[in-house]
Design a protein. Structure first.
Length: 268
């Protein structure tokens, strides 16, 4: 069942839901791009990796069984069962941390495996001031600019610090204080950025994904991909529409959203 909202569902923006939506959209965007890219182009996922030792990120303990509260219990025979199948016990050292990974899309040419365009769905980390994920994203933006790589940046998060290639001042001067937007930039745009502003009541736009200078861009409808993600990932079962979204809406926006939710039988 599709989302009750005409465009982005504000209840998907919170830290409990958006990471899954982010990765799902990357997968669907890759599939949709591969279906329309002309030769010699293809799309594939790539990973940005960084270490974050400043912020502690843990699963929501409310989602875990009460068994895990406080000291971790041991299970009789568990160690023996694991070692019996060839697993090796490794003691965790204080301060150990795994790298954080974030997926995005690359459009490449088979002629030299050349990177042509990067397609990004901005994550919560990308928009968090001081987060190493944001620093890694900004570094990559600079690399793309220096290497002449086109970019499609999809920002479906109302919260956080502005991060896309278009300046916040120019975005607001051109489109107003819109909650979401898509920014498209390319080395052959002569310094211009092309922006699709997205208001709360707007369907998500059809993207224009640039390739090379003399190659027409390909069109990619974003709203059907969001609808597909909402349906196939069973988000309606998981979302708590009886509570305000994170971040909260304005009073007028909340009243508008509640009207939609009530019409769809999702709140009383």
């Amino acid at each position: 069942m599709p989302s009750p909202f005409p465009g982005m569902d504000p209840w998907l923006e919170g830290p409990r839901m958006f990471p899954d939506l982010h990765d799902t959209l990357i997968t669907y965007l890759g599939d949709a791009l591969c279906a329309v890219l002309p030769e010699p182009y293809f799309a594939r996922s790539a990973t940005r990796v960084w270490m974050d030792d400043e912020q502690q990120r843990e699963p929501d303990v409310s989602l875990l069984d009460d068994t895990f509260h406080g000291d971790r219990p041991t299970w009789p025979g568990m160690t023996q069962a694991l070692t019996a199948v060839g697993m090796i016990a490794v003691e965790a050292a204080a301060g150990d941390s795994d790298p954080f990974e974030e997926t995005f899309l690359e459009v490449r040419s088979t002629e030299g495996d050349r990177l042509v365009t990067a397609v990004e769905v901005l994550s919560l980390s990308n928009k968090t001031p001081g987060d190493k994920g944001r620093a890694a994203y900004r570094r990559k933006q600079g690399e793309y600019l220096r290497e002449g790589v086109a970019r499609v940046e999809i920002d479906l998060l109302r919260g956080g610090q502005h991060t896309t290639a278009v300046s916040l001042t120019r975005l607001r001067a051109t489109a107003g204080a819109v909650p979401y937007h898509v920014c498209v930039s390319a080395p052959f745009f002569d310094g211009q950025r092309f922006v699709s502003p997205i208001r709360l009541a707007d369907p998500l736009p059809t993207l224009s994904v640039p390739l090379d200078r003399d190659v027409p861009p390909v069109a990619l409808a974003l709203q059907p991909l969001l609808d597909q993600a909402y349906d196939r990932r069973l988000y309606r079962r998981q979302l708590r529409y009886t509570s305000p979204p994170d971040p909260p809406l304005t009073a007028d926006q909340q009243a508008w959203a509640e009207g939609i939710l009530r019409a769809n039988g999702l709140i009383a």
